[in-house]
Design a protein around this ligand. Structure first.
Ligand code: IPM
Ligand code: MG
Length: 405
């Protein structure tokens, strides 16, 4: 009996390995980066997702359309609504992303995506694979970039989370070997590590950061994290002006809340799961997961989203309209930068700071006493259209930085 079970597991494992080796061959094919300056129109897909997704995506889309009004009018940018990424439709097709929805997603160049419900065993939904994980894999969105800034604390972080490997890539393909034994798989490849680590170093170089911190648990998880760590050391050699240090994930979560250490970190790069956990922590330090945006970047496609989930509890309690749209709006700013409008992305980010950190005329609490997402969006737009935005933001920042020193 046990021999049979082991043979079964061995066979399944063999198939998984074959697929991973195929994926490596794809990565080796070194596709070129998409050039947005050559696209007309740039197609932006918008999918609302589940739960509070509908509300917050609507507000983010509104701001994005406002920022790209002229480009839409002159045919340089087109918006495309993509329905069907709801949990109901995914369950109906028993697919993380139904085939027709995936095709539509692939027909766009970039995607603004609301949070989608990710079931787990025992939920009211069947235990289908996460739409996020599937989208990242299917569109090969290997870099999950999550900036977190708190000028008053001297914090300016950018996380580069590997997005297509680690414990995630076979997260729905684990094996129940016997009645008592379950095994999941952690996958780290040379190519997958290299591309994310290189991206982190390139970002540091371009933006004049002097330090890249690699986060692993290579002292315990010796083979996979060991590889990630080794690749990082190899790549660091190529970037002479940038120092590279390695921290283990446990102490890293502690040091992010140590004021003395926290401001020393700049660019951080890590495998998928550590990045998932660390970026929620970082976002909370910044003021809550509702305040952080997330860019999922691949060579061909890119997807921009909130870093948090669909908050079904808020919907159930009738609080969806009080949900904070800032994470999705920050994601929209990242989208603007990515497709070649960095000044407009910056403008949206400045307005987010003016409203959320400096002026604070409206406050979002997620509850009735706070502002609605709609009112807050109008507040942001007021600042976005204010010709004094840059000047006022600049003086506020200077003031904060002085205080932080
Ligand atoms: C995130 C989310 C996702 C993840 C979930 C929804 C699958 O937590 O984007 O960080 O774990 O990556
Ligand atoms: Mg997460």
């Amino acid at each position: 009996m046990t021999n049979n079970e082991i043979n079964n597991a061995r066979e399944k494992f063999g198939l998984l390995l074959e697929k991973q080796l195929e994926r490596i061959e794809m990565m080796k094919k070194q596709q070129e980066w998409i050039d947005f300056s050559k696209l007309k129109p740039i197609i932006i897909g918008v999918c609302f997702g589940d739960g509070i997704g509908e509300q917050i995506s609507k507000h983010a889309e509104h701001i994005l359309k406002e920022m790209l009004k002229d480009e839409v009018a002159n045919g340089c940018v087109t918006f495309r609504d993509i329905a069907g990424l709801t949990i109901e439709n995914r369950v109906k097709h028993n697919k993380a992303i139904p085939a027709d929805v995936l095709q539509e997603l692939k027909s766009c160049h970039v995607i603004l995506k609301g949070p989608t419900t990710t079931p787990q065993a025992g939920d009211s939904w069947p235990n289908i694979e996460s739409a996020n994980v599937a989208m990242r894999r299917e569109l090969d969105l290997f870099a999950n970039v999550r900036p977190v800034k708190m000028p008053e604390k001297g914090i300016d972080w950018c996380f580069f989370r590997e997005n297509t490997e680690d414990i995630y890539v076979l997260g729905s393909k684990g094996i129940d070997v016997t009645q008592d034994l379950s095994v999941d798989f952690k996958v780290i490849t040379e190519q997958g590590s290299e591309r994310i680590i290189r991206m982190a170093f390139e970002y540091a170089k371009k933006n004049n950061y002097k330090r890249v911190t690699v986060v692993t648990k290579a002292n315990v998880v010796k083979t996979t994290d060991g590889r990630f760590s080794r690749v990082a050391k190899r790549i660091a050699e190529e970037y002479k002006g940038i120092s590279c240090d390695e921290w283990y994930i446990d102490i890293m979560t502690a040091k992010l809340i140590d004021p003395a250490r926290a401001k020393e970190f700049q660019v951080m790069v890590m495998p998928n799961l550590y990045g998932d956990i660390l970026t929620d922590e970082a976002a909370q330090i910044q003021g809550g997961v509702g305040t952080a945006g997330s860019a999922n970047i691949g060579k061909r496609w890119a997807m921009f989203e909130a870093i948090h989930g669909s908050a079904p509890r808020m919907v159930k309690e009738g609080r969806a309209k009080y949900a904070d749209p800032c994470s999705m709006i920050k994601a929209s700013a990242m989208l603007l930068r990515h497709i070649g409008y960095p000044e407009r992305g910056e403008k949206v980010e400045m307005a987010l700071d003016m409203c959320g950190q400096f002026e604070k005329k409206l406050i979002i609490t997620g509850r009735e006493k706070g502002a609605t997402g709609e009112a807050y969006t109008e507040y942001l737009l007021k600042w976005i259209h204010d010709p004094k935005l840059k000047q006022k933001w600049g003086s506020e920042i200077k003031h904060l930085q002085k205080k932080a020193k």
